[in-house]
Design a protein around this ligand. Structure first.
Ligand code: PDD
Length: 288
């Protein structure tokens, strides 16, 4: 494996950043996770727009524009000879003297890791996964805005540890108001009477690239989509539930803390949305 660090490729064992990097010292950094299908990055513009948005929110000036990042990403995918790839782009504040002030770090560190994508087993898409609504609340937007795709991840890690203890695959976090916010690495949807319901951005969540695409695909299929707050009890009683992200795409949820959802099997809406998602992938590959 070759890892991209600030314009140079290093073998995995030699891919190192400074212990004085504020990404390491303070969790001061932002990132994106992308997926390449047949060697082509999916929804590149959307991911770059969000990276730029995160950078603005943490007041970091990036060393490249979106096209520069996409060129570096493409080169990393090709350097590693990948077709189906998981791509992680991290931009940390960079090395500097100890101290919180970002001005101590003149040059951000850009790391791009691309590796073979490990497919989720098909059985997960058929049987659905178990999730647990955890005690750890999602960061309040006025403390650390979840709209920032930040490498400062302890909030999500605490939720993941709780979920794991509960025997669940994903932890669902509530927001400060007690409404469902999002998963540790995913956005949440429920299906009620044929309509899709998902927490609004003002609930304090990441503006998921997959979430946006799924909303568009659902509307294209004639479904009504409500972006409105809901409680965990509405998840228990929903006809279907699923989570979305760049790597899972559309993952059915069939168990919420022991409450069986949708009869314990992937529901029709989740199946159709995943199929539509795959069609969109194929369409994007053709139009390049
Ligand atoms: N996570 N919410 C959170 C907290 C996330 O970390 C993610 C993505 C999402 C879904 O966003 P998208 O659809 O743009 O992937 C929602 C990625 C996969 C990660 O952490 O690697």
């Amino acid at each position: 494996m070759k890892v991209y660090i600030n314009g140079t490729f290093y073998p995995k064992d030699e891919a190192k950043v400074s212990v004085f990097d504020h990404g390491y010292l303070y969790g001061d950094g932002i990132y994106e996770t992308l997926r390449a299908y047949s060697g082509q990055v999916f929804k590149p513009g959307e991911h770059m727009a969000r990276l730029m948005h995160s950078a603005r929110l943490v007041e970091m000036s990036l060393p490249m524009d979106g096209d520069g990042f996409l060129d570096a990403i493409d080169r990393t995918v090709r350097e590693n000879g990948l077709s189906e790839a998981y791509i992680r782009v991290s931009v940390s504040r960079g090395p500097g003297e100890i101290g919180l002030d970002p001005a101590l770090c003149p040059v951000p560190t850009v790391v791009i890791i691309a590796k073979e994508f490990n497919k989720y087993p098909e059985s997960m898409y058929e049987d659905g996964i178990k999730v647990s609504v955890v005690k750890t609340r999602r960061n309040h937007p006025e403390c650390l805005d979840p709209a920032i795709k930040s490498t400062n991840f302890l909030n999500n890690i605490f939720a993941k540890m709780e979920a794991k203890r509960a025997g669940a695959y994903e932890g669902i976090m509530l927001n400060h108001a007690g409404h469902v916010a999002e998963g540790t690495i995913s956005n949440v949807f429920i299906v009620e009477n044929g309509s899709l319901v998902t927490p609004p951005l003002i609930a304090g969540i990441l503006d998921g690239v997959t979430r946006n695409l799924v909303i568009k695909l659902a509307e294209g299929m004639g479904m009504t989509v409500f972006e409105e707050p809901f409680t965990e009890a509405r998840m228990w009683a929903a006809d279907e539930a699923f989570i979305t992200n760049t790597t899972m795409e559309v993952m059915p949820v069939t168990d919420v803390d022991g409450h069986v959802v949708g009869g314990g099997k992937a529901g029709d809406a989740a199946r159709r949305l995943r199929a539509a998602y795959r069609e969109e992938v194929a369409r994007c590959l053709k139009t390049r």
